[in-house]
Design a protein around this ligand. Sequence first.
Ligand SMILES: C[S@@+](CC[C@H](N)C(=O)[O-])C[C@H]1O[C@@H](n2cnc3c(N)ncnc32)[C@H](O)[C@@H]1O
Length: 291
Amino acid sequence: MVKSRIQNVYENVREALERVTDDAGFEALELMHAVCGLTRQDLLMGRDISLSDGQQKKLDELVRRRLDHEPLQYLLGEWDFFGRTFSVGEGVLIPRGDTEPLVEACLELIKRKHAPRILDLCTGSGCIGITLALERPDAEVWAVEKSPQAFSYFQKNNQSFGSPIRGILGDALNPALISGNFDLIVSNPPYLTRSEMDALQPEVTREPAMALYGQDDGLYFYKEFCKIYPQRLNPGGALAFEIGDGQQSAVCGFLTESGMISICQKHDLHGIIRVITARNKLSGQETPAET
Ligand SMILES: C[S@@+](CC[C@H](N)C(=O)[O-])C[C@H]1O[C@@H](n2cnc3c(N)ncnc32)[C@H](O)[C@@H]1O
């Protein structure tokens, strides 16, 4: 069968991208969709869509940057999380599917609480806090981020979703930034170890080290958060963390030391324990353990 011109362009892009990704077909289509609106259907039907000179130039530039290991998500300028599309780019962590179980766990933790007050520490693009605010419109959500570049993406996303989150540009380790107590404090903090930082894929090295590195053992933020934030929970309130592969026993230890109870673990789609949640005591009484 004779290929249409656009199919030939697609094949060339796909072949080029095979040098940097195992998912070259998907990535080629994503880039071409961004440039000229090409869909899988168009390709399958052999529709003859022609690229203008400007579009061809743009596509060449995107392929060149991708071959230079720029993440696909930065080139597209957006990525999906929990069914919504967030703006992303240089300076902010790309939202990961691995973080969705944390959001699910949070929604479960607050399901019986009317108008919960929520704090998202290390918010980055805002994907966790904004999703919680949109899923629970009765909630009052606060978000803290230290990197000005990441914070600008948070602001952009917050504005475009019309979600009324209150954002604070500052250090999540400074609890004086925000007043009052919360029903849920959630965080996906930087948690990679020194040796994991030394072995990153080239694409991940393009994401900010500040979003990834959790000091030598990767545990710095959990240790500090467990000293600071249990005191900032309402009775029966919960902490929820995303953790790295194998960090569960250390993080459960910090939570236990800080007096938290009902500690639960949740797996991601790859079977790795990715979420740890815990509650504080209900006015001196223990809450029933959850599974
Ligand atoms: C692993 S990323 C998570 C981003 C987002 N919550 C997500 O799940 O995609 C960690 C974020 O913490 C921010 N960060 C690092 N140190 C911080 C600190 N001391 N205070 C506040 N934010 C910090 C980084 O800039 C980065 O945006």
